[in-house]
Design a protein around this ligand. Structure first.
Ligand SMILES: O=C(O)CCC(=O)C(=O)O
Length: 293
């Protein structure tokens, strides 16, 4: 599937978004980008991201080994660094979230963002997760193989809408997000274990199948949980952080979770035991009626 869709099919301008048209484009292509949408939060978030990086590096000697790499006490995930790198480990997921950064949590409640999410998911929406910051260190910072997020958290219903926002100018040189338009309609695909955890076989899913989305700080990419996406290495001399909010219908919940083929297969055995009641999160739109028995 070579992309026949071009960036202009997915592109919207903050302040001038036709919400229904944006929601339709999302449903058709599985991704849209809204330029400048979260620009007001970038300065404060970037400052908190830099503080979290300093803290993570200072705590690296206290990191413990986990199946995905190493985790510092402030919850930053490190993975092996390239051979020529100044350290043997590099940051992959930075330990910053709604519990540690007010700018991060404020930005999750941004009304124009929620207006678009509501047009996609309907009136009753909760946050999924506590926010995520994917980081690529300079000079080789890790590639993230093409994958579906549903390989990591498959949901009972529609699944979360991810909103990934650039913090620095992001292009082909430093790790722009790539998406495969329409791939959210392919169902759950089989993933394999890769350097960047669960990913698609790159023989079957080469980067040429995907559309790159270069952008500026504040540009927000909305993507479906089953949209195939990923990003290449950061070849620039500066870090490339992004931050992600995830929103889901208030009745939706995870049925299978994993980070490796082994732990995902184990989780799939317990499919029937997953329940919404133990997965309630903060509501951002609408109301959750009591539905206990
Ligand atoms: O650009 C990145 O850092 C990768 C983001 C991503 O693929 C994900 O959050 O699933």
């Amino acid at each position: 599937m070579t992309p026949t869709i071009s960036l202009s099919d997915l592109d919207f301008q903050s302040g001038d978004v036709d919400i229904q048209r944006a929601a339709e484009a999302f449903k058709t292509h599985g991704a849209i980008v809204v330029r400048g949408l979260l620009g007001a939060y970038i300065a404060a978030l970037h400052s908190d991201i830099k503080a979290a990086v300093r803290q993570s590096l200072a705590l690296l000697h206290r990191a413990s080994a986990i199946p995905e790499g190493w985790r510092t006490p402030n919850n930053t995930l490190f993975i092996p660094a390239p051979d020529h790198y100044e350290r043997d480990r590099q940051i992959m997921v930075l330990g910053i979230n709604y519990h540690t950064s007010a700018a991060f949590s404020r930005s999750a409640f941004h009304p124009p963002t929620l207006d678009i999410v509501e047009a996609i998911l309907g009136p009753n929406i909760e946050l999924y997760g506590t926010g995520q910051c994917l980081y690529k260190e300079p000079v080789g910072g890790h590639p993230k193989h093409l994958h579906q997020d549903s390989a990591y958290f498959e949901h009972r219903y529609e699944g979360p809408v991810g909103v990934l926002t650039y913090v620095v100018p992001t292009d082909l040189d430093n790790g722009a997000l790539h998406v495969v338009p329409g791939s959210h309609k392919l169902g759950q695909l089989d993933h394999i274990d890769t350097f960047s955890h669960l990913g698609l076989d790159d023989g079957e899913w080469p980067w040429e199948r995907a559309l790159a989305i270069p952008g500026q700080p504040g540009d927000a990419i909305f993507f479906h949980v089953k949209t195939v996406h990923g990003s290449k290495q950061n070849h620039s001399d500066k870090p490339r952080p992004v931050f992600i909010h995830r929103y889901r219908r208030a009745d939706d919940y995870v049925v299978i979770r994993g980070t490796t083929t082994k732990n995902r297969a184990e989780s799939a055995k317990h499919l029937a035991t997953e329940k919404k009641e133990s997965q309630h999160s903060i509501m951002v739109r609408g109301f959750r009626p009591y539905n206990g028995t």
